[in-house]
Design a protein around this ligand. Sequence first.
Ligand SMILES: NC(=O)C1=CN([C@@H]2O[C@H](COP(=O)(O)OP(=O)(O)OC[C@H]3O[C@@H](n4cnc5c(N)ncnc54)[C@H](OP(=O)(O)O)[C@@H]3O)[C@@H](O)[C@H]2O)[C@@H](O)CC1
Ligand SMILES: [K+]
Length: 496
Amino acid sequence: MRYAHTVGTVREAEGALMARLPDGALMRRAAAGLATVCARVLPGVYGSRVVLLVGSGDNGGDALYAGAALARRGAGVRALLAGSRVHEGGLAALRAAGGRAQEVSGADAAAADAAGAEIAAADLIIDGLVGIGGTGGLREPHAALADRAGAAGATVVAVDLPSGIDADTGAVDGPAVRADITVTFGTHKPGLFAAPGAERAGVVEFVDIGLAPELPEPRAQSPQADDIAALLPRPGAESDKYRRGVLAVASGSDRYRGAAVLCVGGALRGGVGMVRYVGQEVAAAEVLNRWPEAVVSVLDPTDPAGSLPRRVAAWVVGPGRGLHPAAVVELETVLGADLPVLLDADAITLLAKRPHLVSERAAPTLLTPHAGELARLLPGTERADIEARRLDHAARAADAYGCTVLLKGSTTVIAEPGRPAVVNPTGTPLLATAGTGDVLAGFIGALLAAGLPPRDAATCGAYVHGLAARLAHGGAAISASDLVDAVPAALRAVLG
Ligand SMILES: NC(=O)C1=CN([C@@H]2O[C@H](COP(=O)(O)OP(=O)(O)OC[C@H]3O[C@@H](n4cnc5c(N)ncnc54)[C@H](OP(=O)(O)O)[C@@H]3O)[C@@H](O)[C@H]2O)[C@@H](O)CC1
Ligand SMILES: [K+]
């Protein structure tokens, strides 16, 4: 598991630790770890050209000390000083090691051109413009340096986090460094997990500076394959279809038959004991045709509540279901039962007008909106703002509805009141195609039926779903049906 803490928490922990350590000890640890990663990235340190982008604060100090270490090993190191001040100790260390420094000011075109030439000729660029002390979009000349670094062919290593991304949210306001590698200190930062910041971080390397004993509960966590393997249920000798869990699926309609077939497919591949599908006649026939192992019943339009299956362990409701009055009755009936329920798509749209159905519910509920649907659940919130600050808004919805929320999209985030947000690391743009959400809902439903709590079921579901998309065609485009077929390979990859 990777853990992330907010800037405020890091500052407090850093203060407590620094009080017990000699001056500069933490920065020396950070810079040594940074220099080690940089040396590993370079084909050879001796004779290589390293450019440091240096801002006013300690992030620049880290870059300068690491640059000094590389200069001592024979690298040609040039620091471009962009800030209103510079870390004096770091600059002295760089100079003592034979490195050179030049100032870059936003107004001086000649200095900017000289800096541009250094960047273009570099083998390695170390981004120490701003770290956790950065606020708002990058100012000049920082923004221009970030752009030039992006256009250069060199490997870019970001110090602590790529400059220009918000450490707590991952929001990017204007130009930001695009790193190949980010070397982060003490703990991960939430902005390294969540898009759009996460997309700028490249491979994230963690350097332990001894902060862990001082850190409280994290703001966010990002599961790795072994965490998922530990959570996924595995059938034992005593398993039977009822113990593995019976999932009721109310997805699709005669108009949207695919949502029925895909959701049931996701559930079956999620290892459910039995799927009980209920829906309109043509959709039900389609499900049976594609998945003969599903137990299917046809909804009575005059009695939607009475025709719902009983003796089930969990429910999935909503994908392609429609917004008609019978769908409302169905939703109210399902939420009235004391069982775990996953609501997706149309069920979320219906819920937005009836929030009490979930907020007053005691049994576990999981909502799986995309950003547009979450905007419906949080009146007055723009979709674009949700995309920019996914962690905050998922947490807000979880608090407002008193349930678990999985926010789908560029980075899938799972929030639950009082718990650290889970940020899924396997997401891929390949998933941005119709029907993939139906598969996810079914797959997570299977895990709910098996008895996993919603947060764990959602965590495993998002992870396996993303991995399946990546594995389906080796990174080439996929359809939602391909995704269903690739789930077993993803499960094999996780379970080993
Ligand atoms: N915490 C830890 O445990 C450890 C932390 N360590 C390191 O310290 C880093 C934090 O250092 P920090 O506090 O000095 O802040 P940091 O990000 O370098 O610079 C902030 C300065 O930048 C400026 N500035 C701000 N916004 C800007 C903008 N948009 N555009 C342009 N400029 C902007 C502003 O200065 P101004 O120019 O306005 O005077 C501000 O004062 C941390 O990320 C890690 O690398 C490790 O060494 C050891 C362990
Ligand atoms: K940085």
